[in-house]
Ligand binder design. Structure first.
Ligand code: WT7
Length: 653
């Protein structure tokens, strides 16, 4: 085996092995190129073919793409389907006994849920939702741990045409309240709590707090008794336990067939303003790309055991836990715990025990596990693995090669998948049986995805030059709008300066082979451990504290998390120093945790009498990014209103 250094010393290409390619869905560059050509020749015909191949329609569509009201595109608009039928019923009775979900708890206990059992559980829970008055189009907020019931709850909503909005369990009561109110949800589905790393974390209390602060739309709270032994309190809404809700409900539930464009879910993500965006996804188009990418990019087959470590609170947990893998009828692992409990071998132990063949995780997890040394994974039999994936941020070549060698045994391709909450599914990623891999690049757009790198006027930039990553034509799983804010949708993703292109918000460059290299965000979004956070969101939380006058937040590179948050704060009254400053730092870190959640907690907070601003009053974040790294700001500071502030923020005063 080559050593790490020699593998990194030159730009190395990793070609798919014959063994992998021979059994892969798309097993050669020629097969891949043929699909690209097909999409270019007959764009609508290409997507229509895939929509028929990957989705079972109750009413077939006759229309493929309706672009008459761009950028409010419609796909397969006169088709009707039910997504839960596609994820469950169509695998029955053939796969009744096949395991759909292997649920592993924090403490190591394991449950196997067959496709038949999944059907029954979803049907019962869907009936329970109906019994509580939930109808097609109603919004239901799901605030659950990473357990099979989260998937059951999502599919139950889909079965009756209710629109779910999953809120990550790590978000605070305040963040939960904002999302409940923005969706005007009628119901919240939660649990008493969850177990992570041997510790109990309560969830229901956050729901009570959110409702206490005013969520007038919520009639009912359903709470799963999951960990027991915690005080679950009471909210102002009607409350029942999951067990009570499903009691006496039949294991059959007539699916509600919905139009392809009917929203399947709303998922909030951060943007350039303080207010998160409720990204709206469709039913039909979304499912087409979800299933298709599971087949092409993950090459999932009937005998695979697939494991995606993402939480259902993020888009990855929607497309690559709930919808895509189940649409293909595969067996997957759902894990409640953390990678380091009871010890640093947990992931690898699980790969060995469940014979995982396709494993999908984030670069931040890979870097964290890499730091613990090769001895840990080397104790386990990882020979079941055949394909590895990453998502969420660029993966540094060192981590890539470690993942390839130590986890994949030099045998498994790595698919570095670029996509976003808004794109619904992978758009740029190596199809592993067909594409040569280069560590650090997400390689080529998938067939049918018209990606380009352009300047601010929409002109393609030359090879090796940076620019805006855009998608020039719509695709089925694209977001449909921002919930309640069509105007923001249009302004953010289809800005006037670009001729109808989808603006991803990432900068990128293309190399000589056409491979795409993601360079980072072009907006005020930071990526902490693969989770997107808006600097404005954290700033809004900080200035909401009674003692804060002004705040600016920037990202700082971090070797495991990718980026961490550094906040610059001006307090009302005198600038705190010494112990007073330490106390204030703690107060504000706790405050942000309460306002948004632990992921938004600044790693460092510095106090100033002021912030560096231009004469027109704009905060110069570019300077703050340098200061956060303890680097004297480079470049032009002549437009700065108050240059002395730089020394102060550098800690020289
Ligand atoms: C942003 C989207 C997509 C699910 C997880 C994050 C960054 C995502 C990659 C990748 C480089 C990546 C981008 C993107 N990103 N995947 N393979 N290489 N960067 O979803 O929270 O919507 O964030 O994550 O900056 O815009 P998200």
């Amino acid at each position: 085996m080559d050593n790490l250094e020699s593998m990194l010393s030159e730009k190395r290409i990793f070609s798919p092995s014959t063994e992998f390619s021979e059994r892969a869905r798309i097993g050669s560059r020629a097969a891949f190129d043929a699909l690209v050509a097909e999409a270019e020749r007959d764009f609508e015909g290409f997507w229509a073919r895939l929509a028929r191949e990957f989705v079972t329609w109750d009413t077939p569509f006759s229309e493929v793409l309706d672009d008459s009201n761009a950028p409010f595109f419609k796909w397969f608009a006169d088709g009707r389907l039910n997504v839960s039928v596609n994820c469950i019923d169509r695998h029955l009775p053939a796969k009744a006994e096949k395991t759909a979900i292997i649920g592993e708890s924090d403490d190591g206990s394991v449950t196997h849920i067959s496709y038949q059992e999944l059907h029954d559980r979803v049907a019962k829970f869907a009936n329970a939702l109906k019994a509580q008055g939930i109808e097609k189009g109603d919004r239901v907020v799901i605030y659950l741990p990473m357990i099979p019931e989260a998937t059951v709850a999502m599919l139950a909503c889909a079965r009756i045409g209710a629109i779910h909005s999953v809120v990550f369990g790590g978000f605070s009561a305040e963040a939960l309240r904002d999302r409940i109110n923005d969706t005007e949800a009628k119901m919240v589905i939660t649990a008493d709590g969850n177990m992570r790393g041997g510790k109990k974390v309560t969830l229901k209390g956050q729901v009570d707090k959110a409702l206490e602060h005013g969520c007038p739309s919520v009639d009912t709270v359903i709470m799963l008794e999951h960990i027991g032994g915690v005080d679950t309190g009471a909210s102002s809404a009607k409350e029942l336990t999951w067990a009570e809700a499903v009691e006496g409900q039949p294991a059959e539930c007539e699916p509600v067939m919905v139009e392809a464009e009917h929203p399947l879910f709303i998922l909030y993500t951060s943007g350039s303003t303080g207010k998160p965006k409720g990204i709206v996804h469709s039913s039909g188009g979304y499912l087409v790309n979800a299933a298709m990418t599971c087949s092409w990019v993950f090459d999932l087959n009937d005998d695979d055991v697939y494991w995606c470590t993402a939480d259902v609170g993020w888009i990855t947990g929607h497309t690559y836990v709930t919808y895509g893998p189940l649409a293909l009828g595969v067996t997957q692992v759902i894990f409640e715990g953390v990678p380091t409990y009871p010890d640093a071998g947990r992931f690898w132990d699980m790969v060995e025990r469940h014979k995982v063949s396709v494993f999908y995780t984030a670069p931040t997890a890979i870097r964290a596990l890499m730091k613990l040394g090769d001895e840990v994974p080397n104790q386990y039999d990882l020979s079941s693995l055949r394909l590895l994936g990453t998502v969420g941020e660029p993966i540094n070549p060192e981590a890539w090669v470690w993942y390839y060698q130590v986890i994949g045994g030099g045998r498994c391709p790595i698919t570095d998948t670029w996509w976003q909450t808004e794109t619904g599914a992978h758009l740029i990623a190596p199809v592993p049986g067909a594409i040569d891999l280069v560590p650090g690049s997400c390689t080529l757009p998938l067939p049918g995805i018209m990606a380009d790198v352009v300047d601010d006027h929409g002109h393609s930039v030359p090879t090796e030059s940076g620019g805006n990553l855009v998608i020039k034509k719509p695709w089925p799983s694209m977001l449909r709008t921002i919930w309640g804010d069509d105007e923001r949708f249009q302004r953010t993703y289809f800005p006037d300066n670009l001729p109808g292109y989808y603006l991803a918000g990432d900068s990128a460059r293309r190399d000589q082979d056409g491979y795409i290299w993601i360079m980072g965000r072009i907006d005020d979004v930071i990526n902490v451990s693969g989770h997107r956070l808006g600097t404005m969101e954290v700033e809004s939380a900080l200035v909401a504290h009674p003692e804060v006058a002004e705040a600016a937040v920037v990202g700082r590179p971090h070797d495991v998390k990718g980026e961490t948050i550094v906040a610059f704060v001006v307090v009302k009254g005198d600038r705190p120093k010494g112990e007073a400053a330490e106390a204030m730092v703690k107060t504000l870190r706790d405050w942000v945790t309460e306002q948004i959640g632990p992921i938004a907690k600044p790693e460092e907070i510095r106090f100033g009498d002021n912030l560096p601003k231009t004469r027109s009053g704009k905060i110069m974040r570019r300077l703050l990014r340098g200061i956060a790294k303890d680097e004297l700001p480079e470049g032009d500071t002549s437009t700065l209103e108050n240059p002395a502030i730089l020394d102060q923020l550098m800690g020289k005063d």
